[in-house]
Unconditional design. Structure first.
Lengths: 111, 112
């Protein structure tokens, strides 16, 4: 059974703090690693799709890194804002068709 | 541009009743289509995916089934719902190769 783990489960930070989350996935049969942001009452939105070991992606204050050899990815948020409050999901793709999701990290940013 | 429609948004059904959730995609052809479920306190679980008309792969044994009668239509069904079928159901599509999932707005199903 393929397992994707995310930590921490939840995180409360003050506005302006920087934070990061971890996604652990199997290091074999790697195809791609996805990050999604899921805000309350909305559907998940894609942040990044990464395929290469050592890959780094950035979108505004959010960035992600990838280590396929050891099976982990980090998501960083610099200077958190209340609008960053959401559940952040990672998903491991082991072929072109299937994505296995982690349980997510729920972030709350307090003003 | 591509859009995905999923309905209904909410549904309350008694145990033993049938289920039909529908999802359609516009603006793309031959998408990969997916049904995911989020049960209370859990992550997104892949239920079914399809790479073409009539091609369905099931990821978990259950009393649900899926069908793809047309290229951009994906249907999730059950003949008899169980209490454990309650949850939030999301339809999604991707293009070919490495591309992100695009999700519908979801259906909140409560089985009573």
């Amino acid at each position: 059974i393929l397992n994707v783990e995310q930590s921490p489960q939840s995180l409360h930070v003050q506005e302006g703090d920087s934070t990061n989350f971890t996604c652990s996935f199997p290091s074999s049969n790697f195809y791609a690693l996805h990050w999604y942001r899921w805000e309350t009452a909305k559907s998940p939105e894609a942040l990044f799709v990464m395929t290469l070991n050592g890959d780094e992606k950035k979108k505004g204050r959010i960035s992600a890194t990838l280590n396929t050899k050891e099976g982990y990815s980090y998501l960083y948020i610099k200077g958190s804002q209340p609008e960053d409050s959401a559940t952040y999901l990672c998903a491991f793709a082991y072929n072109t068709d299937k994505l296995i999701f982690g349980t997510g990290t729920r972030l709350q940013v307090f003003p | 541009s591509q859009t995905i429609h999923q309905w209904p948004a909410t549904l309350v059904q008694p145990v033993g009743s049938p289920l039909s959730l529908e999802c359609t995609v516009e603006g793309t052809s031959n998408p990969n289509l997916y049904w995911y479920r989020q049960a209370a306190g859990r992550g997104l679980q892949l239920l079914f995916y399809s790479v073409g008309i009539g091609q369905i792969s099931s990821e978990v044994p259950q009393n649900l089934s899926a069908s793809r009668p047309q290229d951009r239509q994906f249907i999730l069904s059950s003949k008899k719902l169980l209490l454990s079928d309650s949850g939030f159901y999301l339809c999604a599509w991707t293009g070919t190769g490495v591309s992100p999932l695009h999700f519908g707005n979801g259906t909140r199903l409560t089985v009573t």
